[in-house]
Ligand binder design. Structure first.
Ligand SMILES: Nc1ncnc2c1ncn2[C@@H]1O[C@H](COP(=O)(O)OP(=O)(O)OP(=O)(O)O)[C@@H](O)[C@H]1O
Ligand SMILES: [Mg+2]
Length: 308
């Protein structure tokens, strides 16, 4: 239900939760600083909280009325923090415990999507040496190997041979979570931001790298972002509808971002949903919002409204 807030004072004292201890800590701090500045600029009483130690202590040290959660990855995006906030009865932005935990686990998100009739590439869990053989038989090559619970493309690689599959498995296994190989989709990549159950314009991502990896996300100046994405209105609407359905299947609340690929035959394949997407000045949700005529500070305000 949409609840519009007119005056900044109605939000009360807002804790902007940022940092965390996951691999995406630095990205979160950058997102968090941008969110904090935008809220303060709009007159909201907001305080940044860099969450590294005891979250409960940090939250009880001051009197807060709600939280804007911008901690990416494990510990912030996976339901743990959400459960803590529920226990403290502190309203917060974004998805609840279940959707957060589910979306953090790419493998189980795929299972959920299969159940909901949402297309996602075929995959194979990689636990043992035997799985490498089975994966090569079932999926063929190339595949992309992923740790199930990381973000920012951390620990991922493309494998085109059994040797590369082994190397990719070993490097993904360094992260403490399940690892899987997914059928490689050759085609165009898009991301669909969703704000309060409304889709924002799609963005098409283009990189000369093998895929949209960590370098393409945060370092390279060769990544191109197309928004509008270059689709005709009907195709754009179909993908937006699919992204919305994908969010609803997982139970996403407030805001989120669905990553998808469209193959050479025009068929869409959904790959994951992010429940705490990046909010740096060159992140994708702010870019899509901008294209819809929503400036950054207004976007931050609207996300905060979803906590009310
Ligand atoms: N099945 C696939 N076929 C081809 N490329 C893929 C496939 N799955 C993922 N990729 C590429 O790898 C990138 C990262 O994958 P994914 O979105 O699953 O991971 P992530 O690290 O969680 O991303 P984020 O930073 O958005 O949280 C994608 O943006 C895409 O470029
Ligand atoms: Mg992604």
């Amino acid at each position: 239900m949409k609840h519009r807030i007119g005056q900044p004072g109605e939000f009360g004292h807002v804790a902007v939760l940022m940092g965390g201890t996951a691999a995406e800590r630095e990205v979160s701090l950058t997102s968090g600083r941008a969110v904090l500045a935008a809220l303060q600029q709009r007159g909201v009483q907001a305080t940044g909280v860099d969450v590294q130690g005891n979250l409960v202590e940090s939250l009880l040290a001051q009197r807060f009325d709600r939280a804007f959660n911008i901690i990416h990855g494990r510990g912030g995006e996976d339901g743990v923090l959400q459960g803590t906030l529920e226990s403290l009865r502190l309203p917060y932005t974004g998805s609840g415990v279940l959707a957060s935990a589910l979306a953090m686990d790419k493998l189980r998100t795929k299972l959920c999507w299969i159940g909901a009739g949402i297309p996602t590439p075929a995959w194979c869990a990689l636990e043992t040496e035997d799985d490498l053989v089975r994966c090569a038989e079932e999926l063929g090559f190339p595949v992309i190997v992923k740790p199930s619970a990381e973000g920012s493309s951390i620990g991922m690689s493309r494998a085109a041979t059994p040797e590369e599959l082994r190397t990719a498995w070993e490097s993904a296994s360094r992260f403490e979570c399940a690892v899987f190989a997914e059928q490689w989709v050759e085609g165009l990549e898009y991301t669909a931001a969703v704000l309060d159950d409304e889709p924002l314009p799609l963005i098409r991502l283009e990189t000369p790298n093998a895929f949209y990896d960590f370098d393409a996300k945060y370092r390279a100046n060769t990544t191109r972002y197309h928004c509008p994405a270059g689709l005709d209105a009907a195709a754009e609407a179909r993908l937006q509808h699919l992204a919305l359905k994908a969010c609803q299947a997982v139970g996403v609340r407030g805001w989120g971002r669905v990553d998808l690929l469209v193959d050479a035959r025009g068929k869409p394949w959904l790959i994951e949903v992010n429940t705490v997407p990046g909010m740096t000045d060159h992140s994708l949700v702010p870019m899509a919002a901008q294209a819809a005529g929503i400036p950054f500070d207004e976007l931050v305000w609207r996300i905060l409204e979803t906590s009310v």
